[in-house]
Ligand binder design. Structure first.
Ligand code: S3P
Length: 428
């Protein structure tokens, strides 16, 4: 149980948050199947990304770590070897689903397991298209839940219309498509984060993108490169909201990934009236655009959030819900059913925990409605083992009248092991 007390003063200063989780995972995966030595810098040393490293080491890939720099000796797709041990993905959905895409094309047997949260997350969204491509995949409830076993190889290309807006599903199909016979086509229902498409190009591969339709030719060899991982906008989001709700605060967040398919929170905060300034880095890496975000305290209004915007801020909804408790009027979050299949059911966990703190918030079938502004009280809350719920509640504690007692605060290590140290540095 971690005790968190409100701050008497404000937040100010500059903080570079750790590397992007989605991009860190992909850097290891692409480097492992590319030819040559890839150097990754600003890698996120969170538990999830370390799970990805360990899975590839179990398939014989040489990976060395020096601080947040990772060196991967890739020898091409064929160099991955049949693992003698189960592949443990821990809490990481991205590791599970993208790994399934890679393993679908490998001519060997492997078994994926994870923690109790992973065991509840649906995998048939990935198993189904990969089975259509020819992979043998099984698991509890016919391949829907871990433990999942895969015997891959001899894939044929498919044309697939995605029934869910999920970058993980899209990425798994593209990774399988790179190994398949023919051209694989994926059509998205809503545009999701495009880190995989960018990585394919960065590692010398070819990929065609026309609106929501993406095509990849099978049989491509990828070449090693350098990857500089930008700071994670999903981690920066906690401090952006902190600065916006703690009176007299101002925070500067440099080197943050500003990829349009991820940066929906900036748009929402602007619409809510937050004082937010962006300075795009001129020398953004070819891989991803980056920049500095400056946020100051200001008054906020409720907004409606839905449709195509949802995949662009899906991981930020817990912290946006907290922001909305401090905004004048009603905030409606809709079209966000996907929240139910994240690390926790985030409609339930957000509504439950913010209600405990005294927020006026109600769950809907596809999101939530929040009326503000409301003072927040404090009390006993839990992360429910979900890193983003844990961080949202920690930021809430800054403005609570009484202390918060946060159960399972360790869950935060999944994406931001130095979260509390960084937060402490900013409290004046
Ligand atoms: C991710 C995609 C999103 C996101 C997750 C990371 C990725 O999941 O919630 O944290 O790296 O591709 P879905 O693809 O399931 O929406």
């Amino acid at each position: 149980m971690k005790k968190l007390t409100s701050i008497q003063s404000n937040l100010s200063g500059t903080i570079q948050v750790p590397g992007d989780k989605s991009i860190s995972h992909r850097s290891i995966m692409f480097a492992a199947v590319a030819k040559g030595t890839t150097r990754v810098s600003n890698f996120l040393l969170g538990a999830d990304c370390l799970s990805t490293i360990s899975c590839f080491q179990k398939m014989g890939v040489m990976i060395d770590q020096h601080g947040d720099e990772i060196i991967i000796q890739g020898k091409g797709w064929d160099s991955l070897s049949e693992p003698t041990d189960i592949l443990d993905v821990g809490n990481s959905g991205t590791t599970t689903r993208l790994l399934m895409g890679i393993l679908a094309g490998r001519p060997f047997h492997s078994v994926i397991i994870g923690d109790h949260s992973i065991a509840k997350r649906p995998m048939n969204r990935v198993s189904n298209p990969l089975q259509q491509m020819g992979a043998q995949i099984d698991g509890r409830e016919f391949g829907n839940y871990t433990p999942i076993s895969i015997r891959g190889g001899n894939l044929k290309a498919i044309s697939y219309q995605m029934p869910v807006a999920s970058a993980q599903v899209k990425s798994a199909i593209l990774l399988a498509g790179l190994q398949a016979d023919g051209v694989t086509t994926v059509e998205e229902m809503r545009t999701t984060r495009d880190h995989t498409e960018r990585m394919i190009r960065h590692f010398g591969g070819e990929i065609e993108q026309l609106g929501k339709v993406i095509k990849v030719q099978g049989g491509q060899t990828l070449q090693a490169t350098e990857v500089r991982v930008p700071s994670d906008i999903s981690s920066a989001a906690f401090f952006m909201v902190a600065a916006a709700i703690v009176p007299n605060s101002e925070l500067i967040l440099p080197n943050v990934g500003l990829n349009k398919t991820r940066a929906g929170i900036i748009e929402v905060m602007e619409r809510m009236g937050a004082s937010i300034e962006l300075i795009q880095d001129e020398a953004s890496s070819l891989l991803e655009p980056t920049g500095t975000i400056k946020v100051s305290y200001s008054s906020l209004q409720g907004v409606e959030i839905g449709g195509d915007l949802i995949p662009r801020l899906i991981d930020e909804i817990p912290i946006i819900a907290l922001l909305a408790t401090q905004a004048e009027g009603k905030t409606v979050i809709k079209d966000a059913e996907e929240l139910k299949v994240k690390e926790t059911n985030r409609i339930d966990t957000v509504v439950q925990e913010l209600t405990t703190l005294g927020a006026n918030i109600e769950a809907t079938p596809d999101g939530m409605i929040i009326c503000g502004p409301t003072p927040l009280s404090g009390g006993n809350v839990s992360s429910h083992g979900d890193h983003r719920i844990g961080m949202m509640l920690s930021i809430a504690s800054l403005i609570c009248e009484n202390p918060i007692f946060l159960e399972d605060a360790e869950a935060i290590d999944v994406s931001y092991p130095s979260f509390f140290q960084d937060l402490d540095k900013l409290v004046k």
